[in-house]
Design a protein around this ligand. Structure first.
Ligand code: GTP
Ligand code: MG
Length: 147
């Protein structure tokens, strides 16, 4: 099975959407294996968004993600990376389908509520960066009905 890094960004935390996001992932059948409410340091923000370093909005990204707490998580399950991305919807909430998290709750591309790893390589990198080894491994009786 696959693991993916998902984060409720500062706008989602401030708007009281942590529970909504967690609830959607739980109901989907994914398994929560790590979670923490935390402030993001300048250094962590720059490392997380390293691939966007040359983009004009890089400084805005870093200042936004460090402006207020985030809720960081790791979810596990069959095809977890692609499933989380489809539940999030397109990056720009104006293009995100209703029924997706961004489609249901977002207005602007800068404050689009949630982040999710976009590939196995980025999931591995982001999980190591945000959680190191602090992931849990446990069985749920429902697991046999999910994959
Ligand atoms: P993440 O899951 O957050 O990584 O979103 P994504 O993979 O759908 O988008 P991408 O990695 O391309 O961009 C990372 C984040 O940068 C997005 O979630 C947006 O919040 C922000 N972003 C992307 N494009 C723009 C832009 O043109 N302007 C601004 N202000 N922010 C942008
Ligand atoms: Mg991305």
């Amino acid at each position: 099975t696959e693991k993916t890094f998902v984060m409720v960004k500062p706008d989602g935390v401030q708007r009281g959407l942590i529970g909504e996001v967690v609830s959607r992932f739980e109901r989907k059948g994914l398994k929560l294996v790590a979670a923490k409410l935390m402030s993001v340091s300048q250094s962590l923000a720059e490392q997380h968004y390293a691939e966007h370093k040359e983009r004009p909005f890089f400084n805005d990204l870093v200042s936004f993600i460090t402006s207020s707490p985030v809720f960081a998580m790791v979810w596990e399950g069959e095809n977890a990376i692609a499933i989380a991305r489809s539940m999030m919807g397109k990056t720009n909430p104006a293009e995100a389908a209703p029924g997706t998290i961004r489609g249901d709750y977002g207005l602007s591309i800068g404050m689009n509520i949630i982040h999710g790893s976009d590939s196995p390589a980025s999931a591995e990198r982001e999980i190591a960066l945000w959680f190191g080894g602090e992931l849990l491994s446990y069985e749920r009786s429902v697991d046999v009905w999910l994959a």
